[in-house]
Design a protein around this ligand. Structure first.
Ligand code: NDP
Ligand code: MG
Length: 386
């Protein structure tokens, strides 16, 4: 029986993780979890799983639900996420909160010797070199939950590294793949949230519509697998059945394909290094029909090029890319800026904010904050956003 902690259990990845836990009650025991604001989900999960401790991170809710519910202790505030992951009974931590704020509990989990099932890509993008140093120091087992990276992780393990020429991440193309380019400026939040193949949280769904999610994933892949940016490619694959491809030196391509449902990578990351037992949800290849692959159109998806630019620059630049995007997407979701302003704001941040090569967590956090302040200033002054 492996003890599990899920940070952000009320979100899309969190909900899929609960599905896996329900399917394998003899293998996994939910010992702790966090929600930000969603008390109803927290309450129901406490009743179902009886964890030792849970955390409610929204500062507006501090103390609101008392110190305990049934036999479960309730903690408040994001600092308490560290207590959740450090529990002796926890063996694996699923990081499914959204945004670079996931860094502190991720570091705490690494230092406490836990296995990490990492969904929270913003942490890896912003703090990649730091996380990698800690992972090496503590011999951490870190398994990517992001579907493309989980697919690549599995493919790379089956191949000799020197035989791999390049890796490819697939992208569905998001909500606006076939929309006329001139209409992009005027798309609504509702349209952006209507993803054709994946059901995900709002931030990543907007990220996907502009292929900025794929840009974050290119950087995530660089830090996870150590390939150079010239060896990481992106292909549009509208069906979202193939998730990752490795090209071998002999000219072959090995594809990882599965029905687009996060339960597969989540289950793999929880069971790893053991194989996942047969899943209840099965989709046969005979139901998949067509596989299409196209190169991404960089006019439609300028954010993807910006991600490569930030990744290649290194240092704090990926974090500047990420923080600018987090702020811009939040403004778009609040209907304060247009969809096409998102990459414009990111580009402006990358051009205007000085890149540095931080040695410490604080160094990265300072650039993250400087970028967020910059985007808010740009918005308030109506610069790039008008
Ligand atoms: P959601 O928006 O669905 O869920 C986010 C979770 O984080 C919720 O539990 C939410 O709590 C919590 N949360 C929100 N704000 C805060 C905060 N300020 N502090 C602490 N917790 C907070 O996101 P997803 O599940 O879609 O994505 C989570 C992460 O996984 C992201 O990094 C994303 O890029 C990555 N990912 C997601 C995939 C997917 O299929 N969704 C696929 C691959 C990666 P509450 O609901 O209670 O407010
Ligand atoms: Mg993904």
């Amino acid at each position: 029986m492996v003890g599990v902690s899920v940070l952000g259990i009320s979100g899309s990845v969190g909900t899929s993780t609960v599905k896996v836990l329900r399917q394998f009650p003899d293998q996994f025991d939910l010992r702790s979890f966090s929600v930000h604001s969603n008390w109803n989900v927290a309450k129901a999960l406490v009743e179902e799983f009886s964890p030792e401790v849970i955390c409610i991170t929204d500062p507006k809710l501090v103390g609101k639900f008392g110190d305990s519910y049934l036999s479960t202790k309730i903690l408040y505030g994001d600092k308490a996420l560290i207590d959740l992951v450090q529990l002796p009974s926890v063996g694996v931590v699923v990081t499914a909160v959204v945004g670079a704020r996931g860094v502190l509990p991720t570091i705490a989990a690494i230092e406490a010797g836990k296995k990490i099932a990492i969904a929270n890509k913003e942490t890896l993008v912003t703090f990649g070199p730091l996380i990698n140093r800690l992972v090496a120091k503590h011999n951490t087992v870190m398994v990517p939950v992001d579907s493309e990276h989980n697919a690549l992780f599995q493919l790379i393990q089956r191949e000799t590294r020197s035989n791999i020429r390049a890796i490819t991440l697939t992208a569905s193309g998001g909500s606006f793949r076939t929309l006329p380019l001139e209409a992009l400026e005027h798309v609504s939040v509702k349209q952006a949230l209507n993803h054709p193949t994946w059901s995900m949280g709002p931030k990543i769904t907007v990220d996907s519509a502009g292929l900025i999610n794929k840009g974050l994933e290119v950087i995530e892949a660089h830090f996870l697998f150590g390939f150079s940016y010239d060896e990481i490619e992106v292909v549009i694959h509208p069906q979202s059945i193939t998730h990752g491809i490795i090209e071998t030196t002999d000219g072959a391509c090995l594809l990882y394909a599965s029905h687009p449902d996060m339960v597969y990578p989540i289950a793999h990351s929880l069971f790893y290094p053991n194989p996942t037992p047969q899943m209840l949800i099965e989709r046969k290849p005979s139901t998949w029909n067509t596989f299409e692959f196209f190169p991404p159109d960089t006019k439609r998806y300028p954010g993807l090029l910006l991600a490569y630019q930030a990744g290649k620059a290194g240092g704090a630049a990926p974090g500047i890319f990420n923080a600018a995007n987090e702020e811009a997407v939040a403004l778009f979701l609040e209907e304060k800026i247009s969809f096409t302003t998102i990459p414009r704001l990111i580009e402006s941040a990358l051009n205007q904010i000085e890149n540095v090569f931080p040695e410490t967590l604080d160094g990265y956090l300072e650039k993250d904050q400087e970028t967020r302040n910059y985007i808010q200033r740009e918005f308030n002054q109506g610069g790039v956003t008008t």
